[in-house]
Design a binder for this molecule. Structure first.
Ligand SMILES: Nc1nc2c(ncn2[C@@H]2O[C@H](COP(=O)(O)OP(=O)(O)OP(=O)(O)O)[C@@H](O)[C@H]2O)c(=O)[nH]1
Ligand SMILES: [Zn+2]
Length: 352
């Protein structure tokens, strides 16, 4: 059969090969999941692309064991039920909002995530750090992409501030409306590389995606001047091939992206602070002016930015709350309900 596309072009890496037995390699074939909806998967092998109906058994699996966009699967052609998920290199997921937050898979095997913000009111250190933590926790390499560089005369300020957040993360500034933007991003979009874009509404994700894809695939919305926020316009969940050879995963709903329990990611963004905190006198130091706190001392010496420490502690607290499982949350709520009841009883007693 003639090849439509090679496995390398699809993003296959030798490391995936190691997860398959010789028998599996001979008996079946691997395919990449290019799209997912409620009823089916869009699968691509070297030779064919087809829609595979969703299987009932997936519904009984935990969310993270179900196939998602970017996944590699092994299967025997024309043999329903053989589809097997290969171990992932990375996994982007989000915790949906609501009282009982459940993780929702966004994409697997993404190599690079473009953390998109713009050189205007959207630029926010804490938000960028949150995205950095998410990317690093998910096993994806982050790149900070600052759009609308054409609308500011403070290009250096934005570049330096973004770079100061995490030294080893590349920072690029660009005008997403300009053709040059695709060339700037080429190191991460060439053959077989998979990228995803994260960022608030209106920062230029759709514009950038269209720039990379070379046509107007997704509609863009006009930005509201007052708050530097635009309307949400992206809807599909799929991977699309970039003419340069890479892939873009289009992931909607990023505005609700929450940190989840990305505790390791937070530690990696603030690795210098984590290192320094080891020198605090007490193991349970809460780094807020406690005796013998190495962070407070570094702040006093002018070696550490107090705001950065505050942002680190805030993100850490968020991950601790996210780590609490549902049972713990319920217990906390029950405990709280008890306190309220006791207080009420005491009040009633007083009234008598
Ligand atoms: N001047 C300038 N305008 C830009 C740039 N990037 C995006 N825009 C404009 O900003 C507006 C919002 O861009 P979108 O691409 O729709 O933003 P988005 O991030 O996809 O927004 P959502 O789809 O809501 O998540 C559009 O009017 C774009 O033309 C840029 O680098 N420079
Ligand atoms: Zn301390």
């Amino acid at each position: 059969m003639t090849k439509l596309i090679s496995l390398a072009q699809l993003g296959w890496r030798p490391i995936f090969q190691q997860t398959l037995t010789l028998e599996q390699l001979e008996d079946g074939q691997v395919a990449r999941v290019l799209g997912v909806d409620r009823e089916r998967l869009l699968l691509q092998t070297e030779q064919v692309q087809w829609h595979e109906p969703a299987q009932k058994r997936w519904l009984s699996l935990p969310m993270d064991e179900r196939p998602t966009v970017g996944d590699w699967v092994w299967l025997k052609p024309d043999t329903p039920g053989t589809l097997t998920l290969l171990p992932r290199q990375s996994l982007l997921q989000r915790v949906a909002s609501g009282t009982n937050p459940k993780p929702q898979l966004l994409a697997a095997n993404v190599d690079t995530v473009f953390i998109v913000s713009s050189c205007n009111a959207d630029f926010n250190k804490a938000r960028l750090e949150r995205y950095l933590a998410l990317a690093l926790d998910s096993g994806v390499m982050p790149v900070i992409v600052l759009t609308k560089a054409d609308l500011t005369d403070q290009v250096d300020h934005y570049r330096e501030t973004a770079q100061s957040l995490h030294a080893s993360t590349p920072v690029v500034l660009l005008n997403a409306l300009d053709e040059q933007a695709a060339i700037t991003l080429q190191p991460w979009t060439s053959e077989g590389q998979t990228v995803a874009l994260l960022g608030s509404s209106g920062v230029g994700k759709t514009t950038l995606t269209n720039r990379l894809l070379g046509d107007q695939r997704f509609n863009t919305a006009a930005i509201r001047e007052d708050d530097a926020k635009g309307r949400h316009t992206t809807t599909a969940r799929q991977m699309v091939r970039i003419p340069d050879g890479g892939w873009i995963v289009d992931t909607p709903g990023m505005r609700e992206l929450r940190l989840g329990d990305a505790s390791e990611g937070v530690d990696r963004v603030f690795d210098d602070i984590v290192e320094l905190a080891r020198l605090c006198r007490f193991k349970d130091c809460n780094h807020q002016g406690d005796e013998g706190c190495a962070l407070s001392a570094a702040i006093d010496r002018g070696e550490l930015e107090p705001d950065r420490v505050r942002r680190f502690l805030k993100l850490k607290r968020e991950t601790i709350i996210a780590q609490e499982n549902v049972w713990e949350r319920r217990q906390r709520y029950k405990g709280f309900a008890k306190v309220v009841k006791l207080a009420k009883n005491a009040k009633d007693l007083k009234k008598r």
